[in-house]
Design a protein around this ligand. Structure first.
Ligand SMILES: NC(=O)C1=CN([C@@H]2O[C@H](COP(=O)(O)OP(=O)(O)OC[C@H]3O[C@@H](n4cnc5c(N)ncnc54)[C@H](O)[C@@H]3O)[C@@H](O)[C@H]2O)C=CC1
Ligand SMILES: O=C(O)[C@@H]1CCC=N1
Length: 274
C-alpha cells in the first residue's frame, strides 16, 4: 500500500475550494511535503489562501514540470474550460484524480492524452475533519501502483470504497456525496419543529445539534446497526414510537422521501456528465 511519500513527483490540485482545500490540508497533515504540492486556482477562498501561504504551498506556479498526480476539484460546470487550460500541464503518465460530481471517466479521458490514467471519485465534506468517505472508480490505464497512490490521497480525508461499475458513482454521489446535507437539514428541521412546539429557538438549535452529532458519534463508536440503535430509543407505546409512526409511514415517511431524494440526486449526477 502506497503512502503519500511514495508519490514520485508533485501533486497538483486544480480548484482549492471547500473540497480541494480540505483534501490538501489532509495530505499536508499526513506528511506530504509542501514543496511536492501545487495549487492552481485563480481565487481560492481566503482561509485556503492563508493556509497555502502558512504551509508554503505554491499557488499558480508558472513552472515545475508535469505533476505525478493532478487532482481536479473545480465545479463540474466549469470543467470543459478548466480542463482545456490544465491538460497541457500533464504528461501522459500523470495520474488524473477527479472529485467532480457527474463528470465521467469518458469525459475526463477525452480531455487528456489517449491512455491517460484517470480515477473518478466522489468524496464528502466531513473530509474537512478526516471523517469523510469517498467512492472511486479507475479506468483501465491506471496501474496498480497508481491506484494505490490515488487510494492514499483519497484516504487522507477518511474511508475509501472502490467500485468497478462506474454507474455506482452516481448513486454514491446521491448517498454519501450529498448525504451530509440531508443530515444537516435534519438538524435544521428538528430545531425548527422544536421551536414551533414551544422551545426557545436558541435552545431548540442547541438540542438539535447535540442530538444529531451525539447520535452520529454513538453510531460510529458503538458499531451497532442503526436499526438497533433506533430500537434502543423506542419504548413500547412510548414517545418515540408515537414520532416514528409518523416518520416511518410507508407513503409519507423518511423511507419514501429519502428514496425520492436519492433518485433525484443520482439523476442530476448523470445530467452533469455533460
Ligand atoms: N462540496 C461538496 O460537498 C462536494 C463537492 N464535490 C465536488 O468537488 C468539486 C468542488 O466543489 P466545492 O469544493 O464544493 O466548490 P468550491 O466552489 O468551494 O471550490 C471550487 C474552486 O474552484 C476554483 N476555480 C474556479 N475556476 C477555476 C479555474 N479556472 N482553475 C482552477 N480553479 C478554479 C474556485 O476558485 C474554487 O476555489 C465539485 O466538482 C463538486 O462536485 C464532491 C463531493 C462533495
Ligand atoms: O451538490 C453537489 O453537486 C456536490 C456533489 C456532492 C455534494 N455536493
Amino acid at each position: 500500500m502506497a503512502t503519500l511519500s511514495d508519490i514520485p513527483g508533485r501533486v497538483m490540485l486544480v480548484g482549492a475550494g471547500k473540497m480541494g482545500g480540505a483534501m490538501l490540508e489532509g495530505w499536508l497533515d499526513l506528511g506530504l511535503e509542501p514543496a511536492k504540492a501545487a495549487v492552481i486556482d485563480p481565487g481560492p477562498p481566503p482561509e485556503v489562501a492563508s493556509m497555502l501561504a502558512a504551509r508554503g504551498v505554491a499557488l499558480n506556479p508558472l513552472n515545475g514540470g508535469p505533476p505525478a498526480v493532478m487532482v481536479l476539484a473545480v465545479k463540474p460546470q466549469v470543467a470543459p474550460d478548466v480542463l482545456a487550460r490544465v491538460a497541457p500541464l500533464a504528461s501522459p503518465d500523470t495520474l488524473i484524480v477527479s472529485v467532480m460530481a457527474g463528470r465521467t471517466l469518458g469525459f475526463l479521458e477525452a480531455a487528456f492524452a489517449p491512455g491517460q490514467p484517470v480515477v473518478r471519485s466522489i468524496p464528502n465534506t466531513p473530509a474537512a475533519i478526516g471523517r469523510g468517505v469517498t467512492v472511486a472508480v479507475a479506468n483501465a490505464a491506471v496501474s496498480e501502483g497508481q491506484a494505490s497512490i490515488a487510494d492514499a490521497l483519497l484516504r487522507a480525508t477518511g474511508g475509501v470504497e472502490w467500485v468497478e461499475d462506474e454507474a455506482l458513482i452516481d448513486v454514491a454521489t446521491a448517498v454519501s456525496g450529498s448525504g451530509p446535507a440531508y443530515v444537516f437539514l435534519l438538524a435544521e428541521a428538528l430545531a425548527a419543529a422544536g421551536a414551533q412546539a414551544g422551545l426557545p429557538p436558541d435552545m431548540a438549535d442547541r438540542l438539535a445539534r447535540a442530538t444529531v452529532s451525539g447520535a452520529g458519534e454513538l453510531m460510529r463508536r458503538s458499531g451497532i446497526d442503526p436499526a438497533q440503535l433506533r430500537r434502543n430509543v423506542t419504548s413500547p407505546n412510548g414517545t418515540t414510537a408515537a414520532a416514528l409512526a409518523v416518520l416511518m409511514d410507508e407513503e409519507r415517511g423518511f423511507g419514501p422521501l429519502l428514496a425520492d431524494a436519492v433518485v433525484a440526486a443520482a439523476r442530476r449526477s448523470r445530467e452533469l456528465a455533460g
